[in-house]
Design a protein around this ligand. Structure first.
Ligand code: HEM
Length: 366
């Protein structure tokens, strides 16, 4: 048995560099001669966020590394899922932390807010790196007073953020990984034809329920029956690449057709052993998007409570800007749309035995 690697005995505060960390809370209000009590909380809460942002980036970087190879190994899948799960736990803290800051009242905030202008969380480089790493695109960004979102950054920070726009995002990596899903081509077995039949059966059943429902007035019945045409059209886009591309062009889908189909397939056959981890990965990506969107809305509500309808210290329209930004920063919207296209397990076509076999764990007998 070899020796475990070791080093000189460490001292707690040296290891954590507490001398630097704990000397990094400089109150802007102190410069005016009157340190405001609550500014310490304001600084510490922001610093705690930045530390967690650093950890999230650390995890996302590893997820990106693990997703990059042409063939993602099973162990890599497990590791990726563990990293993403950790991010979702951190996000719960990020959302909870807002109520700590809300123990500061708007009146307390007014005592030092003037010292902050034009600084703002809007200039958080790490937050922008997280967004870009996940896959927020330059064209999704809102302009602030006609300027790009990077305009308020120092030159070095701007360069870092702009560079991150050109790196492959988690969205792109997930899309490429979905496109490589091997189970979509089965030789003679045409899954999507069978799926079309199952959907038709499902919708015709729903149509019959509407047509024979005695509680509906005639105009209500006609309007509900008409909506089936739209639903059919949406399903057609799942099956037809050209129609899917039209939805992408209209900004209603982002994933490629093949990736969208693969994500749907993984959701439909999530009970197959080989699809359980991929399903977990897709679910966690939705959880993470939900976590950030929830944080954004929560932050916007806090902003409303703190500054009402005033503009932000960074110069935006304040809370109104933040809610719009929350909607524009969705990356994995396609995954949230998938449930429209789910069909009950009882209608799902059984997979051919060769496909089943490749999707079982190796030690299991068929
Ligand atoms: C009193 C507490 C806070 C208020 C009133 C507030 C207000 C605002 C406002 C008005 C904006 C829009 C940009 C601007 O005009 O400045 C903004 C952006 C932002 N804030 Fe806060 N904020 C607060 C606390 C925090 C905290 C604790 C964080 C954690 C890091 C944070 C992170 C951000 C981020 C990342 C943005 C950019 C969001 C985007 O562009 O979508 N804020 N904040």
């Amino acid at each position: 048995v070899g020796d475990l690697p070791s080093s000189e005995p460490l001292y707690y505060s040296d290891y954590l560099q507490l001398d630097r960390l704990l000397a990094s809370q400089r109150l802007a209000s102190a410069a005016g001669g009157q340190p405001v009590h609550d500014e310490m909380l304001f600084i510490i809460v922001h610093q705690a966020y930045e530390l967690w942002f650093k950890q999230i980036l650390w995890e996302l970087d590893e997820v990106a590394r693990l997703l990059a190879p042409a063939r993602v190994a099973e162990t890599a899948m497990l590791r990726m899922v563990a990293r993403l799960e950790r991010i979702t736990e951190i996000q719960k803290l990020l959302i909870e932390q807002i109520s700590v800051l809300e123990t500061m009242t708007p009146l307390d905030f007014l005592e030092f807010r003037n010292f902050l202008i034009p600084a703002s969380g809007f200039q958080s480089v790490q937050f922008r790196l997280i967004e870009n790493r996940l896959g927020v695109r330059p064209e999704d960004r809102l302009k602030l007073a006609g300027n790009p979102y990077t305009a308020a950054l120092s030159e070095d920070d701007r360069r870092r953020v702009e560079e991150s726009e050109t790196e492959t995002s988690i969205f792109q990596l997930v899309e490429a990984w979905l496109e490589r899903t091997p189970f979509l081509d089965f030789g003679d077995f045409h899954f999507w034809d069978i799926y079309r039949g199952a959907v038709k059966q499902l919708l015709e059943h729903d149509q019959r329920v509407v047509a024979t429902n005695p509680n509906l007035s005639e105009p209500e019945r006609q309007s509900q029956l008409a909506s089936f045409t739209q639903t059919f059209a949406l399903y057609e886009a799942v099956l037809d690449e050209t129609k899917h591309k039209a939805l992408v062009a209209a900004g209603e889908r982002r994933l490629s057709h093949r990736a969208f189909q693969a994500a749907l397939f993984i959701n439909l056959y999530r009970d197959e052993p080989a699809l359980q981890e991929p399903f977990r990965l897709l679910t966690l990506l939705m959880d993470i998007e939900q976590g950030f969107t929830t944080w954004r809305y929560r932050h916007a509500l806090m902003t409303q409570r703190m500054i009402g309808r005033r503009v932000g210290t960074g110069g935006s329209a304040g809370a109104a800007y933040l809610t719009r930004s929350a909607d524009r920063s969705r990356v994995f919207m396609d995954l949230f749309q998938l449930s429209t296209f789910m069909i009950p397990r009882s209608l799902l076509p059984p997979l051919p035995i060769e496909v089943e076999r490749t999707m079982r764990f190796r030690f299991e007998e068929l």
